[in-house]
Design a protein around this ligand. Structure first.
Ligand SMILES: Cc1cc2nc3c(=O)[nH]c(=O)nc-3n(C[C@H](O)[C@H](O)[C@H](O)COP(=O)(O)OP(=O)(O)OC[C@H]3O[C@@H](n4cnc5c(N)ncnc54)[C@H](O)[C@@H]3O)c2cc1C
Length: 426
């Protein structure tokens, strides 16, 4: 360990990992990022980045303009019934907002956010792909890490930014089941080419216990997303992708609309994704020299719409607190947790924005259709956009400004922990 440059191993090159690496490097640490995928991921779903703190972190990180280059625009929404008849159609106000959306909401592929952060940091930071951590031994004075390849290295700190199914959490804190709260839903997604859809169009279909949607990522390229409420937990999240496809097909509660055709297309999908809608709740986000950030520590569910924001705000805050604590990582972990917990608690309170719209019965579906038809009335659709787009922007978290302390803080010497970590209250 270099006395002036503490080494930090970050597991996961998703959203939190590269953001944390950027800030730690800026503050004089020596981060290494290890990612289980063999190369930076490019595939996957589009999501909404909303909320001022996540976007502000991206701006402070210096990548906002690049992020905007990858932005996708929701142009219009069409609600259809079982026979593909249009129930309502609305143009999105986001289509009118030009480059920088003042409402602090953009649609973008998750992989594009991760890729922009990776590209921004790859020249200054060591990235190891395809060699995840197999074993962690925290001796109290350092963490000995064994990688899957058998390679062994020692780091001052290890931070798990490795998502809902975090390997660092499993190795350092225990089984996922202890921290996971399954909320009764699953999400499946995949992209499909050569599909008759226009860029930016959203087509949405409801059935009992199901919402299915198609979004035009490009002209003729769609991302299909399904939210289902199966009658039991599928328990196949960590299995291979073919087993997941099989389990999803068996659990799908409806075969109306375009679903038979989409099921055919799943077979050829190379980026099929299936996961449960679950939260991670932990009493502590650190143990000794090891800490967790983002979904690994406090996943609000993939349907909350706030996972990326929490990951970014968490990475930024942990890096700033580590710099501020001048080597006292216990104090840094404690301050990070104290600062972020109220924000996490608020976002975990309403974990599934969209599931409340899933009808539970045929009658519920009929009722839902009557409400959807009201969206054809311009004043109603305007109100819906105002509450959904405007409402989601409300934030309870203000980012600390650490920049003034940069350069004054001595991050290196005495890489120790005070008793501060034990003050954290669950
Ligand atoms: C379909 C879907 C829709 C979503 N919609 C939204 C939305 O609209 N808004 C929003 O804010 N959030 C949304 N989310 C959630 C959001 O993607 C996550 O909350 C966010 O990506 C969390 O960032 P993270 O860095 O903590 O984890 P991730 O982005 O999941 O990154 C974790 C990284 O760790 C890697 N990894 C995993 N295990 C290991 C291991 N053992 N060793 C090394 N590396 C490992 C993974 O490959 C990945 O690169 C959505 C998620 C899904 C799946």
């Amino acid at each position: 360990m270099g006395a002036s440059s503490p080494s930090v191993l970050i597991s996961g090159a998703g959203i939190a990992g590269p953001a944390l690496a950027y800030w730690l490097n800026r503050y004089g640490f020596n981060p290494t990022v290890v990612e289980q995928a063999p190369k930076p991921r490019t595939e996957g779903y589009a999501f909404h980045l909303h909320g001022t703190s996540g976007i502000e972190v991206l701006k402070r990180t210096g990548v906002w303009n690049k992020i905007l280059e990858h932005r996708r625009v929701d142009r219009d929404f069409t609600f259809v019934d079982r026979s593909d008849r249009v129930l309502a159609r609305m143009d999105s106000p986001a289509a009118a907002a030009d480059v920088e959306p003042s409402g602090a909401q953009i649609t973008i592929k998750r992989a594009d956010v991760a890729l922009v952060l990776y590209e921004h940091t790859k020249n200054d930071i060591e990235y190891l792909f395809g060699d995840p951590i197999e074993r962690l031994d925290d001796s109290g004075s350092a963490v000995a890490v064994t990688f899957e390849s058998g390679n062994r290295r020692q780091f001052d700190l290890v931070i798990g930014c490795d998502g809902l199914h975090s390997g660092v959490r499993r190795l350092a804190f225990g089984d996922e089941a202890r921290f996971k709260r399954y909320l009764g839903y699953y999400v499946a997604a995949f992209t499909t080419d050569d599909y008759p859809i226009a860029y930016g169009s959203d087509v949405i279909y409801f059935a009992p216990n199901l919402i299915a949607s198609l979004f035009g990522l490009e002209d003729r390229q769609a991302i299909a997303v399904f939210v289902i409420r199966p009658d039991r937990e599928l328990g196949c999240e960590l299995e291979d992708v073919d087993s997941q496809k099989k389990a999803f097909k068996a659990a799908l509660p409806d075969r109306g609309w375009k679903i038979p055709e989409l099921l055919g297309r799943i077979e050829g999908a190379t980026d099929f994704f299936l996961d449960s809608v679950s939260q991670i709740r932990m009493d502590r986000w650190s143990k000794g020299r090891i800490a967790l950030v983002g979904d690994a520590a406090y996943c609000p569910t993939l349907l909350s719409g706030f996972g990326a924001q929490l990951a970014l705000a968490g990475a930024y805050t942990l890096a700033g607190e580590l710099m501020r604590a001048e080597g006292d990582f216990g104090r840094a972990y404690a301050s990070y947790e104290e600062k972020l917990r109220p924000y996490v608690a608020e976002k975990q309170k309403s974990p599934t924005q969209s599931t409340r719209f899933i009808p539970g019965s045929k009658f519920g579906l009929w009722l839902g259709h009557q409400v959807i038809k009201l969206l054809n009335v311009p004043v109603v659709s305007k109100l819906v956009f105002k509450t959904s787009y405007g409402g989601l922007v409300q934030e309870a978290f203000t980012l600390t400004d650490y920049e003034g302390e940069r350069g004054q803080s001595r991050v290196g010497p005495a890489y120790r922990s005070s008793a501060a970590a034990s003050r954290i209250k669950a």
